[in-house]
Design a protein around this ligand. Structure first.
Ligand code: 5HY
Length: 245
């Protein structure tokens, strides 16, 4: 049996969400896989726009460095905007997979069209942009927002979870999609139950990305160091960025 160490990075600083993400990752990890669930010590508590993503990306890079020092062989970026993904791939030798790309890829394998359910309406725009970037726009039938902030998923009331459920039911009813992609790392613990209730695949990117990184490691595949994903060109980094050199 292979034994791997996979770092799952929550790019926001919410410890509660990091725990949700870590538990979801461990629930699907193979018996020999160790999950290191981490988040940056500095940054934003939730990621809800381009500004937040830019700050979070620095934290992701810092965590990749730390994860590699701790023996992580592969990494997951557990925020649906996949912040810092390509920069993280430059730093890492092992595979780095974002949860949006993982969930979208998985969805195309089990349905011809999928819907996305995310948190805020502005995230819908970011997710649509990612669909274009990854070449999945023709696979996505519709995007829905529960219209609650990211941290509502961690407030303990269950309201956000109920809204996710309602939007998933609506998506199944109205979009003609064969699968649903959950558009937030904080929804990682909802996919299995919703899959059973809706009777169609409901895909969470955290668990999807863990299985993809495991597969890549099992195949002996890491990030290509030929071309744009080669290690960053060596140059002095100043101030707080020295930690990334
Ligand atoms: C996420 N924000 O997955 C996203 C996506 C969202 O802090 N973790 C965040 O819902 O906007």
């Amino acid at each position: 049996m292979s034994s791997f160490c996979i770092q799952v990075i929550n790019p926001n600083t919410s410890l509660a969400m990091t725990q949700t993400i870590g538990e979801a990752a461990r629930s699907v990890a193979a018996p020999g896989t160790q999950i290191l669930a981490t988040c940056p010590t500095q940054g934003v508590e939730s990621i809800e726009g381009h500004f937040d993503e830019a700050i979070a990306a620095i934290g992701v890079l810092e965590q990749i460095k730390k994860g590699q020092a701790q023996g992580a062989q592969g990494h997951v970026i557990a925020c649906f905007g996949d912040p810092g993904l390509l920069a993280a791939r430059e730093l890492a030798s092992g595979p780095v997979v974002g949860i949006a790309e993982a969930a979208m890829h998985m969805a195309t394998l089990v349905a011809t069209r999928f819907s996305i359910v995310t948190t805020l309406p502005r995230t819908v725009i970011i997710a649509r942009h990612l669909l274009q970037q990854y070449g999945f726009e023709h696979h996505c039938a519709a995007l829905h927002a529960i219209d609650l902030p990211v941290l509502a998923l961690e407030d303990g009331t269950g309201l956000a979870q109920e809204k996710v459920r309602e939007r998933c039911l609506q998506a199944k009813r109205e979009d003609g999609s064969g699968a649903i992609v959950l558009g937030c790392g904080g929804m990682a613990n909802l996919a299995r139950e919703l899959t059973q209730e809706l009777g169609i695949p409901v895909i969470d990117g955290v668990t999807a990305a863990v299985k993809m990184v495991e597969s890549l490691l099992a195949l002996g595949l890491g990030t290509s160091k030929h071309g744009d994903l080669a290690y960053p060109n060596k140059k002095p980094l100043s101030g707080g960025f020295e930690i990334l050199s």
